[in-house]
Design a protein around this ligand. Structure first.
Ligand SMILES: Cc1cc2nc3c(=O)[nH]c(=O)nc-3n(C[C@H](O)[C@H](O)[C@H](O)COP(=O)(O)OP(=O)(O)OC[C@H]3O[C@@H](n4cnc5c(N)ncnc54)[C@H](O)[C@@H]3O)c2cc1C
Length: 559
C-alpha cells in the first residue's frame, strides 16, 4: 500500500485491496472513503467487499465515486461533509489517489490558503494545476472567460514593478499595461534604515499606490493567486482571470515573521523591533534613544537570518547607527552589543569587510556567527538561538536583552513557491542575464522574487527594469537586440551617522563602483556616500527610477 498523508486527519492512496484492511487498522485508520467507481478496472474489489473486510476491524467505509478527471463541485462539498462526520484518521482512495486529493482540495477551498492546499497535495505527489481556478473560486467551477486582457501584465507594484512599467512606457508610450497589486501604499523601503536611526521621518518613505503608478497604466487592485502559463492567464483572488501577451512577475519576497516563535505577539513592544516594517522602524529609534538615556549595563541584540534576505546589509546597518547614537550620547561603554548572524561572514563581499570590522571594534560589538534566532519571549526579554558549533554540532542558547532588532527569515511568496514558475527553492526561475523565464518565453521576472544570484536590493531592480523592458519589447518585435543584466546590486552600509561604506558589486561579488575611487572609495567610509543616501537616492528613486528615467541604468546590449 502506498499511503500518502495530506493532513494529520487524512491520507490518500491508490487502489487498496480487502487484504489491506488489517494493515490499515494497525496503522490506526478509522474510516475509508472509496472514490473509485465500482467496476472501473477488471481487478478491482467492489466497495461492498472492502466494507465487509473493514467492518470486521472497526473501520467505517463510505462510497463517493467520481469519474476519472471529472470530479464535480458537489463531490468536493460531499467529501468535506464526510470528513467532518467520519471518525479520523481517514484514508481516501481511487485508482491513483488523484480524485481523492482533488475532492479534498475542493472541500478546503476558502478554508485553507491556496498555496497550502497546493503544497500539501504536491508533497503527496499530486499536481492540482487543473483545479486551481476552482479552488480559487471557492470550490466551484468558474465561467470560462477572461475578465480582463492586457498586452503586458505586471504582478507587483513595488520598486521593480513600477520601474518596469515606467521603462516600458518610456520606450513604447501606447503599450497597454496592467499592474496587479492589492496594496494601497507603495513604500521606499531603503529609507527604513534611516527612519530607525531618526534621520528620516517614516511618512517620507510612503506614498499612495495611485500616486506612483505611471499615467496610463491600469491598476488591478487585487492579489494574484495562481498562474496558468500555458493559457497566458493569471488568476486573481476571487477567481477573476486576467489574460496577457507578456507577463512580468515581481511580487517581492515574504517576510516570515511567524518563522520565529513568539515574535509576532511582541513586535513593537517589550524592546522588540525591526526596521523591516514601516510601522516598527520608528520604534527602533525610540528604543535606541531610550537605551541611550536611562539604561546602564544594557544588552542590545541585532539578528540576521539565513540568506537570502533583502538588503543583506540592513541588519548591521541598524546596529552601527544605534551604536553611533550611543557613542554620541556617551553611553556606548554601558551597552553590550551583540550581532547574532545565522551566516558565517560579516558581509558576503570580502572587499568591504575590513572597513566594517573597524567599526565593529570601535563600537565593541560581539560577533556571533552561526547563530539563528528561533524564539523571542518579549515579556521575559529573552531570545533563543540555535548555535552551530565548530565541530558541526548544534545547541540552543538563550540571551537576555533590553532591546532586540530582529530581521525575519525571508522566503519566496507562497503563491510563487507553489506555481509552475518557480525553481526548486521557490523563486521565479529566470535567466540571470536576460531575466526571461527559463521555461515560458513570454514571462519575465525581476526584483526580490527572482532567483538570480544578485543582492536583493532596489538598486538591483533599478538596473533590471530597463533590461526587462527592452527584452520584453524585443519579444513583441518592438525592439532589436538583447539586453543583459550583469548582476549589479548595491548596499550603502551606514557605519555611522554621516558616513557610508558603499558596497556595489555584480554577479560573483565582483566589485563594481559607480564612481571613481577619488570621489567615493566604496571600501572606505565616505561622507559623500552618506550624502548620496540621504539626499540623492530618495529623489532618484521617486523621480528617476519610478518615472522611467534610467539615470546610470541604461542596459548593456549583447546583440
Ligand atoms: C529595512 C530595509 C532596508 C533596505 N535597504 C536598501 C538599500 O539601502 N538599498 C537598496 O537598494 N535596497 C534596500 N532594500 C531592499 C529593497 O527595498 C527591495 O529589494 C526592493 O523593494 C525590491 O523590490 P520588489 O519590487 O521586488 O519588491 P517590493 O518593493 O517589496 O514590492 C512587491 C510588491 O508586490 C506586491 N505583491 C505581493 N504579493 C502580491 C500578489 N500576490 N499579487 C500582486 N501583488 C503582490 C506587494 O504588495 C508589493 O507592492 C531594503 C529593504 C528593507 C526592508
Amino acid at each position: 500500500m502506498d499511503i500518502r498523508p495530506l493532513t494529520g486527519e487524512l491520507s490518500v492512496a491508490p487502489q487498496i485491496a480487502a487484504a489491506d484492511m488489517q494493515a490499515l487498522a494497525d496503522a490506526g485508520f478509522r474510516s475509508v472513503i472509496c472514490n473509485r467507481p465500482d467496476g472501473e478496472g477488471a481487478d478491482q474489489p467492489t466497495c461492498d467487499e472492502l466494507e465487509r473486510a473493514a467492518l470486521e476491524r472497526g473501520i467505517e467505509v463510505r462510497y463517493l465515486p467520481a469519474e476519472s478527471g471529472k470530479v464535480t463541485d458537489e463531490q468536493g462539498a460531499e467529501f468535506g461533509a464526510l470528513m467532518a462526520a467520519l471518525p479520523k484518521p481517514v484514508l481516501a482512495f481511487c485508482r491513483t489517489g488523484m480524485r481523492s486529493t482533488t475532492m479534498w482540495a475542493l472541500s478546503q477551498a476558502g478554508k485553507m490558503p491556496l498555496p497550502q492546499i497546493i503544497e500539501l497535495s504536491s508533497k503527496a505527489g499530486f499536481d492540482l494545476k487543473g483545479v486551481v481556478r476552482r479552488i480559487v473560486n471557492g470550490g466551484k467551477t468558474p465561467v470560462e472567460v477572461a475578465d480582463a486582457t492586457h498586452d503586458v501584465v505586471i504582478i507587483g507594484g513595488g520598486a521593480a514593478g513600477i520601474a518596469v512599467a515606467a521603462s516600458l512606457l518610456a520606450r513604447s508610450p501606447n503599450l497597454d499595461i496592467a499592474i496587479i497589486d492589492p496594496a494601497d501604499i507603495h513604500y521606499y523601503q531603503p529609507g527604513w534604515t534611516m527612519v530607525g536611526a531618526g534621520v528620516f521621518d517614516a511618512a517620507t518613505t510612503a506614498r499612495t499606490m495611485a500616486s506612483v503608478l505611471p499615467r496610463g497604466v491600469h491598476w488591478l487592485k487585487s492579489a494574484v493567486a495562481a498562474f496558468e502559463p500555458e493559457r497566458d492567464v493569471v488568476i486573481l483572488d476571487g477567481c477573476r482571470v486576467v489574460k496577457y501577451q507578456q507577463l512580468v512577475v515581481c511580487p517581492g519576497l515574504k517576510l516570515d515573521w511567524h518563522g520565529i516563535e513568539g515574535l509576532s505577539e511582541t513586535l513593537g513592544r517589550n524592546g522588540v523591533t525591526s526596521n523591516y516594517r514601516y510601522d516598527l522602524a520608528p520604534y527602533t529609534w525610540q528604543l535606541v534613544q531610550q537605551l541611550g538615556r536611562d539604561k546602564r549595563d544594557a544588552k542590545a541584540l541585532f539578528t540576521q537570518p539565513p540568506m537570502p534576505i533583502k538588503c543583506a546589509g540592513a541588519p548591521q546597518k541598524a546596529m552601527y547607527l544605534s551604536a553611533d547614537h550611543w557613542r554620541r550620547a556617551g553611553v556606548l561603554d554601558a551597552i553590550d552589543i551583540q550581532f547574532c548572524n545565522a551566516g558565517a561572514v560579516l558581509f558576503g563581499v570580502a572587499d568591504y569587510v575590513p572597513a566594517l570590522m573597524e567599526y565593529v571594534k570601535a563600537y565593541n560589538i560581539g560577533l556571533n556567527f552561526g547563530q539563528t534566532l528561533l524564539a523571542v519571549d518579549g515579556p521575559g526579554r529573552k531570545a533563543t538561538f540555535s548555535r552551530a558549533n565548530a565541530d558541526g554540532s548544534k545547541d540552543i542558547i538563550t540571551r537576555d536583552f533590553d532591546m532586540i532588532h530582529v530581521v525575519p527569515p525571508q522566503k519566496s511568496p507562497d503563491f510563487i513557491r507553489v506555481s509552475p514558475l518557480s525553481d526548486a527553492a521557490g523563486w521565479v526561475d529566470i535567466d540571470p542575464a536576460t531575466l526571461r523565464h527559463k521555461t515560458y518565453a513570454n514571462i519575465f521576472g525581476l526584483g526580490d522574487a527572482g532567483n538570480t544570484p544578485n543582492a536583493k536590493t532596489a538598486a538591483a531592480a533599478r538596473k533590471q527594469a530597463p533590461v526587462v523592458a527592452h527584452n520584453l519589447l524585443a519579444s513583441r518585435g518592438a525592439a532589436r537586440g538583447e539586453a543583459k543584466y550583469d548582476g549589479y546590486g548595491s548596499c550603502p552600509l551606514t557605519v555611522e551617522r554621516g558616513k557610508i561604506v558603499l558596497a556595489e558589486f555584480t554577479y560573483g561579488g565582483k566589485v563594481a563602483p559607480s564612481f571613481p575611487a577619488w570621489l567615493i572609495d566604496g571600501t572606505r567610509p565616505s561622507r559623500l556616500a552618506w550624502y548620496l543616501k540621504e539626499r540623492v537616492l530618495p529623489p532618484l528613486y521617486w523621480e528617476g527610477m519610478l518615472k522611467g528615467r534610467e539615470w546610470m541604468a541604461q542596459p548593456e546590449m549583447v546583440g
